[in-house]
Ligand binder design. Structure first.
Ligand SMILES: Cc1ncc(COP(=O)(O)O)c(C=O)c1O
Length: 386
C-alpha cells in the first residue's frame, strides 16, 4: 500500500546538523535584495572578471577541455601558482605537487580542517572573524577557541590576543589578514610574534590570504615566507573578481599534509571545474594584474570616502581606518548592533550586525563597499545620517 504524501518518512538528520545554524544574517541578506534598498552587505567586489581570464576559459571550452583534471589541478596552473608564491610572497621551495587547486578558498579550508582536526581538538580563530570558519570547525566535531581583537586597536592583534594565544590548547590557528569583517592588515612584526608562539607551541597555522591584493596601506606578509608550520590559502575570487568561478588553492612545504588534504578534496569534489582552471591561468598576465590595480584604486577611493563620512556621526564611534579588503567595521559604544542594523534598514540601507562575526563584534556594523559605487555610498550615508 502506498503512503500518502504527508506520511512519507525521511531519515533523521545527522547529529552534526545541530552544530551548524543557518546564517544569522539571513534577514539582512534577504532585505538587502529588496528594491530601493542600498546593499552594503555583499562580501565580494562588484567588478567584472578581466576579459583576458574570461577569454581563456571560453577558449578552453571551445578546445574541448571539459573533462576531469588531476585532483590537485592542471599542472600548468599549479606551476604558475608556485612561481607566483615565490615571486610575490617570497615563499620558496613549493613543489607544484604541494599545491591543491580547489573550489574556492572556502572548500579547501574545509578540506584542511577535515584532514587535521578531530573530535575534541581545538582550532583557534580570530574574534571577530569570517563566519564559515566556526561552522566548518564544528562540522569536524572540533572545538573553537576565540582570540580577541579590539576596535580601539583597529582589530590588529594586541596584548589580549597574544595572551589568549599563549593560553589556548589549539592545535590549529586560522590567521586572516587582511581580515573579514574588519579590513585590518596585520603588520609583519605582529604576524612574526604570533608565528613564534605557534612554532614554540606546535600549533599549525592556516593563513587565509584571500584579500592580499586588496591592500591600501601597509604591506602583505605571508608567514610561510619564514615559517614551515603554515598552510597558505588563497583564491582568485576577490583578487580578480571571480567569486562565481570557484577557484582557490592551498600550498605547504609538507608533502604528507598536502596529500592528506588532497584525499578529502578528491573524495568530495574530484577536481575543480576544468575550464575555470584554464581561465585562472590567465590571471598571471599583465592584463589581469592591471585590472586588479584599477579595481584596487577604485576601492581605495571608496574606502577613503566611507571613512570621511564616518566622521559625521554624532554617536560615539570607534573606527580606525582599515588597511585592506573592502569592509569597515565601526564600533558604536553602548549600541545594540542588531537594533542599529534594523534602524538603518528602515532608512533603506542594508548592513550586517557585527555580532554575527563573533562576540567581539557586538556593537559593530560590517559595511561592505565592494559592490557599492560612489553614488550608492553617498546616498547610503545621506540616508543613515538623516
Ligand atoms: C576571509 C575569507 N576567506 C575565504 C573566503 C571564501 O573565498 P572563496 O570565495 O574563494 O571560497 C571569504 C569570502 O568571503 C573570506 O572573506
Amino acid at each position: 500500500m502506498s503512503m500518502g504524501i504527508g506520511m512519507s518518512r525521511f531519515a533523521e538528520f545527522a547529529k552534526r546538523m545541530g552544530e551548524v545554524k543557518p546564517s544569522a544574517t539571513f534577514k539582512y541578506d534577504a532585505a538587502a535584495k529588496k528594491p530601493g534598498v542600498i546593499n552594503l552587505t555583499i562580501g565580494r567586489p562588484g567588478f567584472d572578471t578581466p576579459e583576458v581570464i574570461k577569454n581563456a576559459a571560453k577558449r578552453a571550452l571551445d578546445e574541448g577541455k571539459v573533462h576531469y583534471t588531476p585532483s590537485k589541478g592542471i599542472p600548468e596552473l599549479r606551476e604558475a601558482i608556485a612561481a607566483k608564491l615565490e615571486r610575490e610572497n617570497h615563499i620558496g621551495g613549493i613543489d607544484p605537487d604541494n599545491i591543491v587547486v580547489s573550489g574556492g578558498a572556502k572548500q579547501i579550508i574545509y578540506c584542511i580542517i577535515m584532514a587535521l582536526a578531530d573530535r575534541g581538538d581545538v582550532v583557534a580563530i580570530q574574534n571577530p572573524t569570517w563566519v564559515s570558519y566556526e561552522a566548518q570547525i564544528r562540522l569536524a566535531n572540533a572545538d573553537v577557541d576565540w582570540l580577541s581583537l579590539k576596535p580601539e586597536e583597529g582589530f590588529i592583534p594586541g596584548d589580549s590576543f597574544m595572551q589568549d594565544l599563549e593560553e589556548t590548547r589549539a592545535k590549529l590557528l586560522i590567521l586572516n589578514s587582511p581580515g573579514n569583517p574588519t579590513g585590518a592588515v596585520f603588520p609583519e612584526r605582529r604576524i612574526k610574534e604570533i608565528m613564534d608562539v605557534c612554532s614554540r607551541r606546535g600549533i599549525t597555522v592556516i593563513s587565509d590570504e584571500v584579500y592580499e591584493k586588496l591592500i591600501y596601506d601597509g604591506r602583505h606578509y605571508s608567514p610561510a615566507r619564514d615559517y614551515e608550520n603554515v598552510i597558505t590559502v588563497n583564491a582568485f575570487s576577490k583578487a580578480y573578481s571571480m567569486t562565481g568561478w570557484r577557484i582557490g588553492y592551498c600550498a605547504c612545504t609538507n608533502r604528507e599534509v598536502m596529500e592528506k588534504v588532497d584525499i578529502i578534496h578528491q573524495q568530495s569534489l574530484s577536481c575543480c571545474t576544468s575550464f575555470a582552471q584554464y581561465g585562472a591561468l590567465a590571471a598571471f598576465t599583465e592584463e589581469a594584474e592591471e585590472a586588479t590595480r584599477r579595481m584596487r584604486e577604485e576601492l581605495r577611493v571608496r574606502r577613503d570616502y566611507v571613512m570621511k563620512r564616518m566622521g559625521e556621526f554624532e554617536l560615539e564611534v570607534i573606527c580606525k581606518k582599515p588597511g585592506g579588503a573592502f569592509y569597515i567595521f565601526p564600533y558604536f559604544r553602548n549600541m545594540d548592533d542588531y537594533e542599529l542594523a534594523d534602524r538603518w534598514l528602515r532608512k533603506g540601507v542594508a548592513v550586517i550586525p557585527g555580532s554575527a562575526f563573533g562576540s567581539q563584534g557586538a556593537g559593530c556594523i560590517r559595511l561592505s563597499y565592494g559592490s557599492a559605487d560612489m553614488r550608492a555610498l553617498s546616498e547610503a550615508f545621506d540616508r543613515i545620517m538623516e
